[in-house]
Write a protein that binds this ligand. Structure first.
Ligand SMILES: Cc1cc2nc3c(=O)[nH]c(=O)nc-3n(C[C@H](O)[C@H](O)[C@H](O)COP(=O)(O)O)c2cc1C
Length: 211
């Protein structure tokens, strides 16, 4: 019988919304995933509009992010009464991709001022998997301390840093690997393409064989 996984995805105001597009595509195509709640902050919409060259309204942004399947439901981050505001609402994991360091800071402080921060807070209190895909560099001491705080609370900090050794040639390849690794962290592995086997990764060998 197919698993019925439920995932909450948040897109916040940092570069890298193309990776969120990739993540949403894989989740929509994955038969193990029954439902995806999508939250895009106002600055997340701004970034998606900039990176996809679209309008900033929620419908245009949802289209640009490829969130078209019926199992994806876009929620209003300003509505603190939305379903993931409660631990009684069933979902398995939350991924924030991209995650701005401002959002990291607010999660680290437990502010829960909008539905993204509240859902992250709930994910931690329910001891569910929370993955924060940070996009910032260089990092200041405040960022680093906030990373320690959320890690101590149970979150996984996944900076959007390429592995390099798989030799991505395009932005799409780089995003594919990042998304696959994030999916592994929430128990939704799709491929062994990026697994290190001691002699070189399959992706690396495929690259050198064709170059
Ligand atoms: C055009 C633009 C680009 C930004 N890029 C980043 C970024 O790459 N990384 C980051 O941490 N914050 C970035 N920020 C700042 C965040 O959007 C800001 O801290 C915000 O409070 C994040 O929370 P929100 O998405 O809930 O609004 C950017 C803001 C704007 C307007």
């Amino acid at each position: 019988m197919a698993e019925e996984r439920r995932i909450t995805v948040a897109v916040t105001g940092a570069g890298g919304t193309g990776a969120a597009h990739r993540l949403l595509k894989v989740l929509q195509d994955d038969e193990r995933v029954a439902h995806v709640d999508l939250l895009v902050s106002a600055n997340g919409r701004k970034l998606a509009a900039l990176e996809f060259g679209t309008e900033e309204d929620p419908e245009s942004v949802a289209r640009a992010l490829g969130a078209t399947a019926s199992k994806v439901r876009m929620l209003d981050p300003a509505d603190l009464a939305g379903p993931p505001t409660s631990g009684s609402y069933p979902y398995d994991a939350m991924v924030i991709l991209p995650c701005a360091v401002g959002v990291l800071g607010r999660i680290a402080q437990g502010l829960a001022q909008d539905l993204i921060e509240r859902a992250a807070d709930v994910t931690l209190k329910e001891r569910r998997r929370l993955v924060l895909c940070l996009r910032e560099t260089p990092l200041n001491l405040i960022h680093l301390r906030n990373m320690v705080a959320v890690t101590e609370a149970g979150a996984i900090v996944y900076p959007m840093i390429p592995t390099y050794y798989n030799v991505p040639e395009t932005l799409g390849e780089l995003q594919d690997e990042l998304v696959e690794r994030v999916l592994q962290l929430v128990g939704l592995q799709h491929t062994d393409r990026y697994q290190w086997d001691g002699t070189g990764t399959p992706a690396r060998r495929a690259h050198t064989a064709t170059s």
